[in-house]
Design a protein around this ligand. Sequence first.
Ligand SMILES: Nc1ncnc2c1ncn2[C@@H]1O[C@H](COP(=O)(O)OP(=O)(O)OP(=O)(O)O)[C@@H](O)[C@H]1O
Ligand SMILES: Nc1ccn([C@@H]2O[C@H](COP(=O)(O)O)[C@@H](O)[C@H]2O)c(=O)n1
Length: 214
Amino acid sequence: MGFVIAVDGPAASGKGTLSKRIAAHYGFAHLDTGLLYRAVARLLLDKNRPLDDEKAAQAAAFALELAYMDESRLRGAEMGEAASRVSIIPAVRAALLDRQREFAAQAPGAVLDGRDIGTVICPDADVKLFVTASAEERARRRHRELESRGAAPAYESVLADIRARDARDAGRSSAPLRQAEDAVLLDTTTLGIEEALAAALAVVDKVRGASSLP
Ligand SMILES: Nc1ncnc2c1ncn2[C@@H]1O[C@H](COP(=O)(O)OP(=O)(O)OP(=O)(O)O)[C@@H](O)[C@H]1O
Ligand SMILES: Nc1ccn([C@@H]2O[C@H](COP(=O)(O)O)[C@@H](O)[C@H]2O)c(=O)n1
């Protein structure tokens, strides 16, 4: 078992950006677990199955071959929304559990980001971070990101999407989005990426120093 860093937080909080940087810093593997749910939704949509078809969604989750999926077809607000609909299904979450835990177990370490990493997938993670920012700031960041890619949704619609997704993710009964009791809260509302990274690394270094792990 390597060193495990669990990073959770609401939509567009910057957890993916941070997790990638943390993993690169320590030479750890990184898994964006949101991609798994997005891929399940993509498989259903490609087969013209409704997103609440529990049997088809469970089969898609078991059959998932993330390495063979085109990531460009998984990104974007529509797939985020679709992923949040299939992620409500307990059988989908159960089907994806083992592969996330197997990923987390690799040496020398792994960083997983999502909604339930510190609470359900890796409750014994060495470090747990809960990354957040105000909904308005998250919407501003996502809006900027979409604009830079040539998409131009109104800021208000980006904010409404983020609020709706957060509400669904936090309100579901199976593995809802919430901060684990032993997670360190990192509110990046007024922090740039480098400042947020420095804060996250300080938390990890403190634990690694204390545990004398490589
Ligand atoms: N601290 C920060 N300051 C400014 N912009 C940031 C910061 N952190 C992340 N961003 C930007 O905000 C956007 C969202 O970040 P990111 O994709 O990492 O969020 P996420 O939480 O992984 O999103 P999702 O849940 O939708 O996968 C990106 O454009 C990223 O570059
Ligand atoms: N551990 C996770 C990760 C994601 N989800 C669901 O997938 C949606 C998309 O996630 P992104 O991080 O790529 O935006 C998200 O809104 C969740 O509904 C999840 O349930 N658990």
